[in-house]
Write a protein that binds this ligand. Sequence first.
Ligand code: 13P
Length: 248
Amino acid sequence: MRKKMVAGNWKMNMTPSQAVQLAGELKNTAVNDEVDVVFCVPAIDIIPVVNEVKGTAVKVGAENMYYEEKGAYTGEIAPDMLVDAGVEYVIIGHSERREYFKESDEMINKKVKKALEHQLVPILCCGESLAQREEGITLTFIKGQIEAAFADISAEDAVKVVIAYEPIWAIGTGKVATSEQAQEVCKAIRENIRSIYGDATADVIRILYGGSVNAKNAAELFAQEDIDGGLVGGASLKPEFANIVNYK
Ligand code: 13P
């Protein structure tokens, strides 16, 4: 019922010319009618990548966006700039932005709202640290992140959001969450959404898993009841990404 999605997060990799080459390679192999395929690329790569994938089913996403319309915010990118460039998705609240750029839950909520206002699909990230997991507060912590991110967002808008559960300890470490761990949290997130918005939203909203997803573990992860695909870092820069898109 929920269409699967596999989104690559290129992070701070690929110059514009490298980006065109990578997108050119992947656009012909990362193809699966049953999966929405998205390349989330650095801002400077957006326009060349949009041009490169034109005429294919690949969609392009940004990795970040500011929550104001325009003005004196040196270095930031506004939502209508993304839309005008051909972007349809935007990653919001990645743990690297929360940690290195001090993005708060409040800022993330403003970004989600602003993206929705502009018909951009937010890929909203959440996830616990290793310390939080070991303390046994994973589900409580993530519930807080979800409630904060969705504050004052209507059910009609909420259903458009794609949530990505990315345990921080699994990102870039090669230490993937087990399918049971990932399913447990993704299910809990769906229940959080159910208690805020009800069944119609909870049953339709997509929840991805991210953190050391590769061609070997994708099939088992994506087969879990509450996991609707993946947000892929390192492996999205390699030919392997096509195997993740074609996980079964
Ligand atoms: P890796 O797939 O490299 O662990 O990164 C996951 C991630 O942060 C995607 O947003």
